[in-house]
Structure formats: structure tokens, C-alpha cells
Design a protein around this ligand. Structure first.
Ligand code: BGC
Length: 854
């Protein structure tokens, strides 16, 4: 048996309307022949292109073999593989890819902006737009290419188009505005048809940012940009595009704000407004505004969708008798209610992540009201409502004004986030560690509402670069995020050129402080693409980001003195547990040490990137820079014997993992000191954003596995498990977002859903379970489990680009058994504790050894 999957295109899960004219192809192979390896492949395209046998072991992101796709062009692709043993697979199934609008000239639509007479203040009413049209004959196919200035939901003949939430998401709209392609063939009918959309302010015009935030960031008028292309059976085409012939009106949504929530008065819903036959004579004409079609880009990943619904687990009474539902899980999304009552009656929905003294703790939301209101239509029968233009971060919801007795089954939490494929799992024998890991997964879900954010609930929700920089390795293991993150990185690069440095968050919104180059945050420009390359093998992504990566390192080079980065604003080891609640940047580790260490970390990564891309002169130059920065770091911060000028967990973690020390003696001394420091803190964590993702690796790199496990399994505050013992269901922003007495940390910046400190999950995957890439894209696996912490079993799975990999171990006394699944076309190097490394080919293997648990 030798099977090959139908090829996938780039990182797309749904290759309809893609922006790549020569999408790379990937496939995976399954076979029961032990040790099978691919010696060659053949690709056929639907237009007759046939590669013949290409002698190559590659199966991931293989170059497109034919003529580039034209706009709207759909082509099939199939593959078959040849084994080194002479075997040949059958042809795979065909898979189909369809290009979007690849040329700005393809865009004929203007931006249809609702009349100024209707436009409210920012975060005011959502407006309706509609246009009737008639089909001329039998339909062959129809595509809707659509985006907006604002957030929208499109409807065709009364049906919602697609299943996206908060379309078109948030990109750096000044540089890139994502559109999406929908196959709407099935929604059109003979004769009269209607295309409509509800349009809210969203990120374009609504309030975004902390300390009051900003409105009208990208413009003061929302608009729909839509192009419905109809192809008839006779090959002729019609175009229905947004222009001045569209009509607009207010609708039931009287205000919609990403932070504050939505107000919906169902009595104001114009029945049948997005169906033919509706009388829109009282509606106003939309204005057709110019827009730059060169900014419109096709998506590289999936949209935000409703991915799960969660039922309440308990109905609680608040201190004043208010009804509070507990969903048992801190999540991101909104409620869907089913309610029956008199016309004009209003139900109010409030949201919070935690309770304090039995009431919703809303202080951490700062200036985000997170409040939805539904006013009933009141005609016969139950009404269903779910807000469409907002999301909240919550576990608890207070329901006020429910008509009659509330049946909790009538309220569901609808989880919303970018619909990335989950590709990684972890479990072990310790239920608290499993909960910690689940919390990481939930924080990743909640903080990926179209872009990687810091938090999902308060008046912030920004694409903070430092947060994803530290979390990217865990993210890339858990979810297929290469597509979504490559979009965000394109924004990062665009904004970096625009504002002159890597902004603190992307998309950048100027708020209170100026944009300035900041270590660990700006280093996302180098480290996020690098992590994605390591995990997916996508060299093209490094190629696309190279200019941005190099510009960052070059810029830092201009800020250093004698290669030390010791001036300018820094976040440093943000949220060091010793920092006071109101001064999270007041870390014990010197900002200059952190900044210089990062420079010394990213310069060699850039040198390696340059070498991979064939930029040899750059590679040599950056390698030399790396050496100089390392030398400067040592001169300034390292004693000859290996002690650091800053005697902190973070300083040692950085020096050890970024390889900044000189030889084994310094490493050994530094390692010993780190172990002492951790022990002196009673194995409580002493690191903030910078040290946290590194400390366990640093300890293990000097053999101190037991110390790493003591840190990991510590339950006293501060530690990873302390929040778990406090009932956390997501990763908290602060080690002590909730204090041991159950009160909320007094700091004004206290979220209960921030993934950064959950970056340790990556170490759990690689070291506790023992599943890591040894070569980019897991072409070779590193299987290196290091049991400890009293665990008796652990297991991780990861869907690598080559197929499913698994490491599962079990400890029976001192006997360790390890089961390893190696995907086809890859190999593994297996390093069991105390054993020499062995190589393993594709397939399942079981290894045994004797070990002393740590
Ligand atoms: C965010 C962080 C972010 C930080 C900058 C905060 O407000 O929530 O996660 O990285 O600011 O240091």
C-alpha cells in the first residue's frame, strides 16, 4: 500500500481566491512499507502540464510546475510519488486551486460608503447596504470578491454569505486590506436577486487602543467594496459591483463597538431587506468613493469563525441577586441567546473573566464596557440573538432583564477566533500540567482573533510584537498558524518601512507613546519568521521577510555603542514577578543586558537566514556582527569565570540559551549559578516575558533537569501552576493576576488571558514529551524525552508537514518505554536519557531503556 494525499497549496486550508499565482504544493505519503523514502514525484495540472518524473525527495512546498495562474483561474493538481525501492503510487485525487483577483485592474468596484446623513459617531450604528440585480439566463458560476472599510456581514437573497466573523479582520489597512472570495453560485436564483451587507465601524473607524484609544484611525467613513462576478452558461459575464447605485439605511444594530459591545433593537430590522422585492425607495443612495485596489490582498490563512459553542455549567446569584452564568472556561466570543418576551423589552449581557466577591470583576476590562443589549421584536415566538460586530473575553456573563425565568439552555457562549487547524497535542500523568497546557491552548485561541494579540478582553487587544515573539514556538506547535502569521508579518514589514522601525504592536496605532525600537518586541521581525521556518520549512517566508529582518538588525546596530544596546526606551523583562503592580517594567534584569543579548541572538539568526537565501556577503557580515556583539556582551556583563553582572534568573536564562558565554567552563559556572538562584527562590519563577520562555531550556542545557521540573511543578505563587490551583482556565498576564486571597491584582493592567507566560508549553512539547524538529519543517525529528517531575507518562503529537508525528513514553519504575511515530519521508534522531543517539526511519518504533527519574 502506497498512498499520497491530494496536494495542498501554500498554507491554505481552503484554496479559493488565493493571491499566489504559482502556489507551492505539498503532499504526504502513507505506506506500510517500512523505511520507504521518496525518490521522485510527478505532478500533473488540469491544463495538461505534466512534469514527468522529477528526481527529488521533496514533498513540502514544492515549486508550482506550470504556467502561473491568471486572475480567477481554477486549476486542478495531482501528484504521484516514486519510492527509492522502485515503488510507484497511484495518482492522488485531484485538488483544485482558484486564484482571486491578482491584478489591481481586476477591481472595478468603488467603495460604497453609506450616506453621511446616516453615519453616526464612531462605534455608532451598523448600516445596511443593498442592491437588486437580475440574472439574464442560466448561471454557470458566481464569485463574490468582498471586503470593507469597517467590518461587515454580506447577505445574498436573505442568506448570510460565508461563515466569517468580523470580516475582513484587521490588517495594516493603509498598506494591506484583505478581501475574500466566496463561491455564491448556490445562493443566486433565476431572475431577481439582492446583494446586501451590514457594515459596522470595527477597527477601521471604531475605537481601538488603551488610554482612551483612537477612533477614525483609517478614515472617517466606512464602506463596502464588493464585486459579484456572474458567469452564465453561455460564457457571458455580468458584474454587480459596489457603486453609487447601492442604497443604504440604518438597521437594528444601533451601536457596535469592538470593546464596548453591541446594541441591537430587533424592532428596527427591516424585514426582507436583503431579498428581492424589498421597497428601498426611502433608503438613501450610497456614495461611491475611490479606493486603492493595489492595497487589496487575498488571504494567506483562514478567517475568524465560530469554532465551538459552550453551555453554562452553573447559574450563580451575584451579591445583589443578579443572575450570573458560569461557562466553566475563560473564552473569547460572544453569547447567543434564545429569548421570548414583549416587544421593546431589553435584555442586557455583561461579561467578565473572573468574579471578585461573587460579582463580575470588570475593573480589568478598563475602558471596554463589554456589554451587549438586545431589545425584543416581541412578535410571537422565541427570538435568537448573537452580536455580530464585537467579541468579549469572558468566563462569566451577567444576564439582566431576562423576561421570565431564565433557562440556562437558552444561553450559549459562541467561541470565535481565527479558524486555524489544531495540529499539536500534549498530555501527561499530572492533571495540573494538563490543565496548564489546556490553558495555553485556550489562550492561543482567544488571542488569535484575526491577529496575534496580547489580550482579548480589555481596551487593548493589540498585535503586541513581544508577546507573539516569545509565544511563537508554542503557537506553531499547537496550531497551523503559518498562513495567518505570514499575513501579520507582511503587515509588520509594511509598517516597519512606514514608521521607520518595528512598532510595538502591529497594526500600529499611535497612542500615547512614540514608536521606538525596543528589544525582544522588535526582535519579532527576526524571530517569528525564523520560528516559522524551523517549524514549517518554508524558506519562501524567510525570503519575503528578509528585508524586514535585516532592516531591524541594521537599525539596532545604529543604536548600540561598542555593540552594547544600552540606551533608549525598553520594556525589558516585562512583568518580572518582583516588579510592583503599577510598574511592570521595573524588572531586576538590566534593560541593557536584555537588549544586547537579543541583538546577539538575532544577528546570527539573520546570518543563517542570509546564508540559506544565498546572500553570502550578508551572511558573512552578520556572522561577524554576531561575534562582535557576543564579545561586547561578555566584556560588559560576564565575569571571566561565568558569573553575570546581573544576578537574575532571566540574565542567566538569556546568556545560556542565546549562547553568549565563552566555552564549557563559563556555561557550567553560569548554569550552577542559575540553579542556585532558582533554589534560593524556593523554585518559584523569577522571570518576566523575556526569561520565562527560556529558563527551562537554559536549565536543561546545563543538565539541571530536576531544577527545571521543580520550577514547572511548583504550585506556590509565582509559578506556572499557581494560577491552575486558583482555577485558571487560561494563561494569566501576571503570575498573580489573581492574588492568593481571591482578589484581583491591583495593577491596572491585569488580564486573565495572555499567552506570553504560557510559552513554556514549547519546552513541555520538546523536553517533557520529547518531540522537536531537528531540521526545518520536521524533516528530521529530534526525539529527546527527559522524564522528570514525578511524571509516569507523557505524550505529544504534532501534524508535521510530512504527516503525523508522535512521541509517547511511559515510566515503569526505572524502565522507560518510548513509542515514536516518524512520518513518511522523514527520519528521527532518538536520544533517550543516558543512551547513545540512534537514527530511526519512518514508521512506528518502540524503544526501551533504564533511567533514573529526575
Ligand atoms: C500588553 C503586553 C505588552 C506590553 C508592552 C501591555 O499592555 O498587554 O502584553 O507586550 O503592554 O510591554
Amino acid at each position: 500500500m502506497l498512498n499520497v494525499t491530494a496536494p495542498a497549496f501554500e498554507h491554505h486550508t481552503d484554496p479559493l481566491g488565493i493571491g499566489e499565482s504559482a502556489p507551492r504544493l505539498s503532499w504526504t505519503v502513507t505506506t506500510d512499507t517500512a523505511g520507504w523514502t521518496q525518490a521522485g514525484y510527478e505532478i500533473e495540472l488540469g491544463d495538461g502540464t505534466a512534469t514527468g518524473l522529477v528526481e527529488s525527495a521533496e514533498s513540502v512546498l514544492v515549486p508550482w510546475p506550470g504556467a502561473p495562474l491568471g486572475s480567477r483561474e481554477r486549476r486542478g493538481a495531482r501528484v504521484r510519488v516514486h519510492g527509492a525501492d522502485g515503488s510507484v503510487s497511484d495518482w492522488s485525487e485531484w485538488s483544485h486551486v482558484e486564484a482571486g483577483l491578482l491584478d489591481p485592474a481586476d477591481w472595478r468596484a468603488s467603495a460604497a460608503a453609506p450616506s453621511l446623513e446616516l453615519l453616526g459617531v464612531p462605534d455608532g450604528p451598523a448600516l445596511l447596504l443593498r442592491r437588486d440585480f437580475t440574472l439574464r439566463g442560466p448561471l454557470a458560476k458566481a464569485r463574490l470578491y468582498v471586503t470593507a472599510h469597517g467590518v461587515f456581514e454580506a447577505e445574498l437573497n436573505g442568506e448570510v454569505v460565508g461563515d466569517e466573523v468580523l470580516a475582513p479582520g484587521w490588517t495594516s489597512y493603509r498598506n494591506r486590506l484583505r478581501y475574500r472570495t466566496h463561491d455564491v453560485t448556490g445562493l443566486l436564483r433565476e431572475g431577481a436577486n439582492t446583494l446586501g451587507a451590514t457594515l459596522a465601524d470595527g477597527w477601521y473607524r471604531g475605537r481601538v487602543g488603551f488610554l482612551g484609544g483612537k477612533t477614525d484611525i483609517y478614515g472617517d467613513r466606512t464602506a463596502l467594496i464588493a464585486q459579484l462576478e456572474i458567469t452564465y452558461e453561455d460564457g457571458t459575464r455580468d458584474l454587480v459591483a459596489t457603486d453609487e447605485h447601492w442604497r443604504c439605511a440604518t438597521g437594528p444594530v444601533t451601536s457596535a463597538s469592538l470593546y464596548d459591545g453591541e446594541k441591537h433593537d430587533a424592532r428596527l430590522h427591516p424585514a426582507g431587506w436583503s431579498r428581492p422585492g424589498f421597497d428601498d425607495s426611502a433608503w438613501l443612495p450610497a456614495d461611491a468613493l475611490a479606493h486603492d485596489p493595489a492595497l487589496l490582498v487575498a488571504p494567506t490563512g483562514p478567517p475568524v469563525r465560530r469554532t465551538e459553542t459552550v453551555s453554562p455549567v452553573e447559574v450563580l446569584a451575584g451579591p445583589s441577586g443578579e443572575t450570573i452564568l458560569d461557562f466553566g472556561q475563560n473564552l473569547v466570543g460572544r453569547l447567543r441567546i434564545r429569548v421570548q418576551g414583549p416587544a421593546g423589552h431589553t435584555v442586557t449581557l455583561r461579561h467578565a473573566e473572573v468574579l471578585e466577591n461573587g460579582a463580575l470583576a470588570i475593573r480589568p476590562l478598563r475602558d471596554a464596557a463589554a456589554l451587549d443589549q438586545y431589545t425584543l421584536r416581541g412578535d410571537a415566538g422565541p427570538e435568537t440573538y448573537e452580536p455580530r460586530f464585537t467579541t468579549h473575553g469572558f468566563r462569566y456573563a451577567q444576564i439582566d432583564g431576562w423576561p421570565g425565568q431564565l433557562d440556562p439552555a437558552d444561553v450559549q457562549a459562541v467561541v470565535c477566533h481565527t479558524d486555524m487547524r489544531p495540529i499539536g497535542t500534549f498530555e501527561c500523568s499530572d492533571p495540573l500540567l494538563n490543565r496548564l497546557h489546556d490553558n495555553v491552548v485556550w489562550s492561543m485561541r482567544g488571542n488569535y482573533v484575526d491577529l496575534p494579540t496580547d489580550c482579548p478582553q480589555r481596551d487593548e487587544r493589540l498585535g503586541w510584537t513581544g508577546d507573539i515573539q516569545v509565544f511563537a514556538p508554542a503557537a506553531a506547535f499547537l496550531f497551523d498558524c503559518a498562513g495567518p502569521l505570514s499575513s501579520w508579518l507582511a503587515d509588520l514589514a509594511a509598517e516597519q518601512s512606514e514608521v521607520g522601525t518595528v512598532p510595538h504592536y502591529v497594526p500600529w496605532v499611535p497612542l500615547v507613546f512614540d514608536v521606538s525600537p525596543t528589544a525582544a518586541w522588535g526582535d519579532a521581525a527576526v524571530l517569528v519568521p525564523w520560528v516559522l521556518y524551523q517549524r514549517t520549512g518554508d524558506l519562501g517566508l524567510l525570503g519575503s521577510q528578509y528585508a524586514s529582518m535585516a532592516a531591524w538588525v541594521d537599525q539596532v546596530g545604529t543604536l548600540t555603542r561598542g555593540h552594547l544596546w544600552d540606551r533608549g526606551f525598553q520594556f525589558g523583562d516585562w512583568l518580572d514577578p518582583a516588579a510592583p503592580p503599577d510598574d511592570p517594567g521595573k524588572a531586576r534584569t538590566d534593560h541593557a543586558l536584555v537588549a544586547t543579548a537579543y541583538h546577539a541572538w538575532t544577528a546570527p539568526v539573520l546570518a543563517e537566514t542570509a546564508a540559506l537565501l544565498g546572500h553570502d556577503a550578508d551572511a558573512a557580515r552578520y556572522a561577524e556582527l554576531a561575534e562582535r556583539v557576543r564579545a561586547a556582551f561578555r566584556r560588559e556583563f560576564v565575569t571571566p569565570s561565568g558569573r553575570l553582572a546581573c544576578d537574575t534568573q532571566t540574565a542567566y536564562a538569556l546568556a545560556l540559551t542565546a549562547d553568549l558565554l565563552d566555552g564549557p567552563e563559563q556555561r557550567e559556572r553560569a548554569g550552577r549559578r542559575l540553579v542556585e538562584l532558582v533554589a534560593a527562590d524556593d523554585h518559584r519563577i523569577g522571570t518576566g516575558f523575556v526569561g520565562t520562555p527560556l529558563i527551562c531550556d537554559a536549565l536543561c542545557s546545563v543538565g539541571a533537569y530536576d531544577t527545571a521540573y521543580k520550577l514547572l511543578t511548583q504550585r506556590a505563587c509565582p509559578s506556572w501552576l499557581y494560577p491552575v490551583t486558583m482555577g485558571a482556565t487560561t494563561i494569566w498576564e501576571r503570575w498573580d493576576s489573581m492574588l492568593p486571597d481571591g482578589s484581583v491584582n491591583p495593577g491596572e493592567m491585569t488580564s486573565f488571558n495572555h499567552y506570553a507566560l504560557g510559552a513554556v508549553a514549547d519546552w513541555m512539547h520538546r523536553t517533557v514529551a520529547g518531540l522537536a524538529p531537528a531540521e526545518p519543517g520536521y524533516r528530521k525529528l529530534l526525539v529527546r524525552p527527559r522524564p522528570g517531575g514525578g511524571l509516569t507518562h507523557a505524550r505529544a503529537t504534532h501534524l508535521t508537514p510530512y504527516g503525523e508525528a508522535e512521541v509517547a513514553w511511559r515510566l515503569d519504575g526505572e524502565r522507560l518505554s518510548v513509542t515514536v511515530q516518524v512520518p513518511q519521508n522523514t527520519t528521527a534522531v532518538v536520544e533517550l536519557p543516558g543512551e547513545p543517539a540512534v537514527e530511526a526511519g519512518p514508521g512506528q518504533h518502540v524503544f526501551h531503556c533504564v533511567t533514573t527519574p529526575r
